[in-house]
Design a protein around this ligand. Sequence first.
Ligand code: HSE
Length: 412
Amino acid sequence: MIKVAIMGFGTIGSGVYEVLETNKEILARRTGEGLEVKYILDLREFPGSSAEHKIVHDFDRILRDEEIQIVVETMGGLDPAYTFVKACLEAGKHVATSNKALVAAYGTELLGIARKKNVNFLFEASVGGGIPIIRPLYRCLMGEKIEEITGILNGTTNFILTKMDREGMSFERALKEAQALGYAERNPEADVEGHDACRKIAILTAMATGKEVNYEEIPTEGITKITDIDFRYASALGMSIKLIGSSRMEGGKVHAWVAPMMVGRDHPLYAVSDVYNGIVVKGNMVGTTMFYGSGVGKLPTASAVVADLVEAAMHMDSNIPIGWSEEKLSITPMSEGVCRYFVRVSGSYEDRKDMVQAVFGKSRVAELNGLLEFGFLTGEMKESGFMENLEVLKVELTAEYQEVLQVIRVCR
Ligand code: HSE
C-alpha cells in the first residue's frame, strides 16, 4: 500500500478521504498497490468519524515519517500551506494540491524543487474543480501550439450571473442566494472581484506557454458592477454576461485578462451556467476543444486530487515534465487588445444617434421599454482606440447632461 497523508480535513480534504474509501478497489487496481491514508493533519478532532484515529496535529509527524510517500494539500491559503508543501517536496514526497493561490504564487519554485528531488508537484484540482484541464494541457495537447484559452473559471460568479440572467435578480440578491446555498463565502471578494479566476487563468497561461506568469499583471475586473438592466440588454442582443478568464497567444504576444463579458448564443461558453465551469482551448492543429463540468464542490474537486494521487503513484520514481520554467512571461497591456464593446448611454437614442455614429460609426443598437437610455455594440477595435472614442463621447454627453452608464466587452 502507498501511504498517503492529507493536510486539511475541510470540504475538499474530507472529500479526498471519501473518494479514496468509495473507490478503494478501483484505485488498488489502477495503482497496483492501493492508496492508504495514514495521517490527516487538522487543528480539529473529528470524534465519531471513520477518520478519527488518523487525525494528527503536528506536521512533523508527516514530514518525518518515511513511509509517507504522497501528501495531499487541501488546507487552502498560503500560510502554512507553502511552508508545509515545500518541506514535503524537499523531503522527497510527492504533493497533490487543490490550492490555486499556492500554485499561482509559488508554482515556479515548487515545480523546481519537485524536479530537483525527482518527485511530482501536481495540481489538477486547482483549476476547474473536477474538470480535467491541467492533465490535457501537459499530455493530450502536447503536440499543439496553444493559441487561446478562454473559460468560465469561477462557479460562484457563474451561479450569480445565471440567477441574474434567468430570474432577473439583482447582483445583491443573487449573491445572498449563493451565500445561503454555501457557494459564496461570507466575504465573497475573492470570487466576485475576479481574484480566484485571475489565479486560474494565470496557471493555465503558464501551462500553455511554459513560462512563469505573475498573476498580479493580469488585468482583473469582477462582476459587482453588472446590473439586472445589463442582462436585459444582453438578452435583447441575443447574448448573456459571463465572467471570462482569457489568454490569447498571438503574434508573439500574450494577452490575458479576467472581466465580465457579453457572450453570444453561438459561443460555446454561452450554455455554461450555474456552478459549472467551461474552458475552451484552441490549438494550432486541433482547432477548438472544450472542457466542461463541475468547477466547484466537494467530490468533483476531490476526484481531481485523487487522479493526481494515481498519477503520482504511477510515477513514484520519476518527475513528470509538467508546468513551466523560471522564464517570466510578459503580459501585453490591455490597451493593445482588440475587442467589440457594449456601451449604455443615458437619454434617448433618437437624440444621440448622430453623436454615437460620428464617434463609433454604424452600431447595433438596443432600446428597452420604459427606460430613457439605450445601448449599442461597437465594431472590433483596439482597446486604446475605444477608450479614446469613449472619452470623446463622454465629453459630448456631459455637455447635454447625459452620461455613459456601462461598458462591457464582448467575447469573440
Ligand atoms: N470559489 C471557487 C469557485 C471554488 O467558485 O469557483 C473553486 O475554485
